[in-house]
Write a protein that binds this ligand. Structure first.
Ligand code: KG4
Ligand code: ZN
Length: 343
């Protein structure tokens, strides 16, 4: 009997049906990208309202696509942190309604841990008990040591922007669309990553596992629009834009790789799991694959379709259900959940 997982932490309304054997029977994601594009970032109020409109159709679609009827659902899971509070509450209300009606267990799960669980889904077997985890997304950039799917110790991460947020802002500076990651990646394909030398703050600092992207973003802005120039300066075009995109992408990925490598050195972990929207980036995937092959590291990369937000990764809830845990209708969103991703 399957689990219904619900995800509304930010701007994707998603539901999935996953069996106890971790087989994903369906995974539906209704993206709000179009609604937020003109603001070049997620607007919380627009996000919550769009979740309200979509949540029930998305859940119905997930159930139908899985080839089951609602009464066959054995348990309901919902992401309860971190996220935009208004968005989280919509998923939580729907999850409570269904769990109450069917009289089945309801469990909350952590969206970040779930991003790493996507790596486990792809491999079809649990991650090793000592594993490094990198979550690189639009709201988060963090390195963890995992001693189990639910046990994450944060080792470091961004001290300012998340890497995906930096991609989104860089795309805006270059006059590209939203979300910026795929746009930068496409533009960079025609560019020279060595054309511009952009900063990699903290990358050479071996005393910490933190990363920083705000200086990189500012450096790009000043290249495009030097201090004192008119705010009306049009964005770059042609080869110059491709070179800027490629140089930015290279610097951002270099910064991440430096800390993944340092974390492996410092912890001695021989397995690394990588998830989150930015893990869909081809350059990052290639760099991780080449490096892990050379170092003999067991690399668990989330499959591309499970990198950006989805509910299939809510399969992590099985880890709690199998322990007999049930939050029931008392479940609430967790404190400190607000995740700002300003336009
Ligand atoms: O995991 P996700 O869907 O949402 C959060 O939990 O934040 O990640 C979305 C982020 C966006 O910032 C988007 O620009 C970035 O992931 N992203 C990428 C790529 N695809 C999505 N960044 C770089 N390269 C990509 N191919
Ligand atoms: Zn996410």
């Amino acid at each position: 009997m399957p689990l219904l997982a619900i995800e509304t932490t930010c701007d994707e309304t998603a539901a999935a049906v996953v069996t106890r054997g971790r087989e994903v029977l369906s995974s539906i994601v209704a993206s709000q990208e179009r609604l937020h594009a003109k603001w070049r970032g997620v607007v919380p109020e627009i996000a919550s309202r769009a979740h309200v409109e979509r949540i029930i159709p998305v859940i119905d679609a997930a159930v139908t696509r899985a080839g089951i009827e609602r009464p066959e659902i054995e348990a309901v899971a919902v992401a309860v942190r971190p996220g935009l509070v208004g968005s989280l509450l919509v998923g939580l209300a729907a999850a409570k309604g269904i769990a109450a009606t069917l009289d089945v267990p309801l469990v909350g799960y952590d969206h970040i841990a779930a991003h790493l669980y996507a790596c486990r889904l792809a491999r079809g077997r649990p991650l090793p008990t000592s594993c490094l985890g990198l979550v690189a997304s639009g709201g988060h950039t963090s390195l963890f040591r995992l001693s189990g799917p639910l046990d994450l110790e944060r080792l470091g991460g961004t001290i300012d922007d998340a890497v995906g947020e930096a991609f989104d802002k860089a795309a805006a500076i270059l006059g590209l669309g939203y979300p910026g990651g795929p746009e930068i990646e496409r533009e960079a394909a025609a560019g020279d990553p060595r054309a511009y030398r952009l900063p990699r703050p903290l990358a050479a600092d071996r005393t910490q596992l933190n990363v920083s992207f705000s200086g990189l973003k500012t450096a790009l802005r000043y290249l495009v629009r030097p201090p004192g120039s008119s705010p009306e300066t049009p964005p770059p075009e042609g080869k110059r834009r491709a070179d800027l995109a490629a140089s930015f992408q290279q610097a951002a990925i270099d910064s991440i790789m430096a800390k993944v490598e340092l974390a492996v050195e410092q912890t001695g972990c021989r397995a690394v799991a990588v998830g989150g929207g930015v893990a869909a980036n081809t350059l990052l995937r290639e760099r991780l694959e080449t490096w892990s092959d050379r170092q003999g590291i067991d690399l668990f990369l989330a499959p591309r379709n499970l990198c950006t937000d989805n509910a299939a990764m809510g399969a992590i809830a099985w880890e709690r259900l199998e322990r007999g845990e049930n939050d029931g209708l008392e479940l609430d969103v967790r404190p400190g959940t607000d995740r700002s991703r300003r336009a």
